[in-house]
Design a protein around this ligand. Structure first.
Ligand SMILES: Nc1ncnc2c1ncn2[C@@H]1O[C@H](COP(=O)(O)OP(=O)(O)OP(=O)(O)O)[C@@H](O)[C@H]1O
Ligand SMILES: [Mg+2]
Length: 172
């Protein structure tokens, strides 16, 4: 299992990380976005969609529709189960209404989606509120299909920390 914790210290930083994630996705990838209200799931999803070639203005919170489907480099399914009170409300939904094998599936409040999963490549993203502009993102996956993404994010993160340290040292 791979795990990485990143500090999202600004909206710009969140945007950069989301676009790096987008660059390493593939058809069939499923991203589960965990975290409480206002933790940054939709903000991250929007940048990620843009990274996948979706027009930013069409990305909206699918709170009432449950699923939004956006055209992009691949179809993107954006699911949000926040308003779902019980598993039974999903009885009218088949797997293919919620999950795309031809594109990327993003799911906010993903608890109920777990019932639909077997051995798909899943990336868990857990957002935690740190302060007004800062969030902490834990990424975790049991699928080897995200290995290059994890390596890239690790490198990007250590480069960022070096920059921060050199700034703290007075930019020398
Ligand atoms: N570093 C950051 N990363 C992400 N969002 C941030 C950051 N700093 C501030 N924010 C703000 O936090 C808010 C996050 O709201 P967002 O709708 O993305 O949360 P959410 O997790 O989708 O909540 P909900 O469960 O209610 O849908 C936005 O207003 C965003 O501008
Ligand atoms: Mg949201």
């Amino acid at each position: 299992m791979r795990k990485l914790i990143l500090e999202l210290s600004s909206l710009d930083n969140t945007d950069t990380v989301a676009k790096t994630v987008a660059e390493h996705l593939f058809p069939g990838a499923i991203l589960l976005l965990w975290g409480s209200m206002g933790a940054g799931k939709t903000t991250f999803a929007k940048s990620l969609c843009v990274g996948l070639g979706v027009l930013p203005e069409i990305v909206t919170s699918p709170t009432y529709t449950l699923v939004n489907i956006y055209p992009g480099n691949w179809p993107v399914f954006h699911v949000d189960f926040y308003r779902l009170a019980a598993r039974e409300e999903l009885d009218d939904f088949d797997r293919e209404d919620l999950i795309t094998d031809e594109g990327v599936t993003l799911v906010e409040w993903p608890e109920f989606l777990l019932n639909y999963l077997s051995d798909e490549p899943v990336l868990n993203l857990d957002f935690k509120f740190v302060s007004e502009h800062q969030r902490r993102l834990s990424l975790e996956s049991e699928s080897g299909e995200f290995d290059i993404l994890f390596k890239t994010l690790e490198l990007q993160n250590s480069a960022l920390q070096k920059t921060t340290i050199s700034w703290n040292d007075g930019g020398s």
